[in-house]
Design a protein around this ligand. Sequence first.
Ligand SMILES: N[C@@H](CCC(=O)N[C@@H](CS)C(=O)NCC(=O)O)C(=O)O
Length: 133
Amino acid sequence: MRNLSELTSTVRNRFFGPNPSRSAQDQNRVDQATAQLTLYQFGSCPYCIRVRRAISRLQLNIVCKDTLGDMQAHSELLQGGGSSQVPCLRIDGPDGDCHWLYESADIVAYLEERFPMPATQHDYEPELSNSRS
Ligand SMILES: N[C@@H](CCC(=O)N[C@@H](CS)C(=O)NCC(=O)O)C(=O)O
């Protein structure tokens, strides 16, 4: 056992099964769709952390713009979305239209619904996974 992260991953895999992942083809489709998304956020914002964690868990490649460190990003958000509040997800439509989604819980719900991860064996064995023995 080389390090703590390897140990954690081994224990997690033992109890919950390996992390689910998409087929290369599905991930490719997801990547094409997420190329139309941009997350406006900044590092220490707890609501942004919640969204970035969901992005990581759902294995999404979404460009993140830092509205504290990048004044251009800040003004894009203010002018496009109407408020400087972060996090905000910009969703570019096919016709050049653009939707600005505020509220971390709404952003996470949108991403989870649009880009679900494949089910794991764990999902099919609730009685086994809930068992304490
Ligand atoms: N209810 C919002 C709260 C977001 C929020 O309060 N964000 C702060 C940063 S942690 C912010 O953007 N404040 C500046 C502003 O509203 O312009 C959410 O869950 O996304």
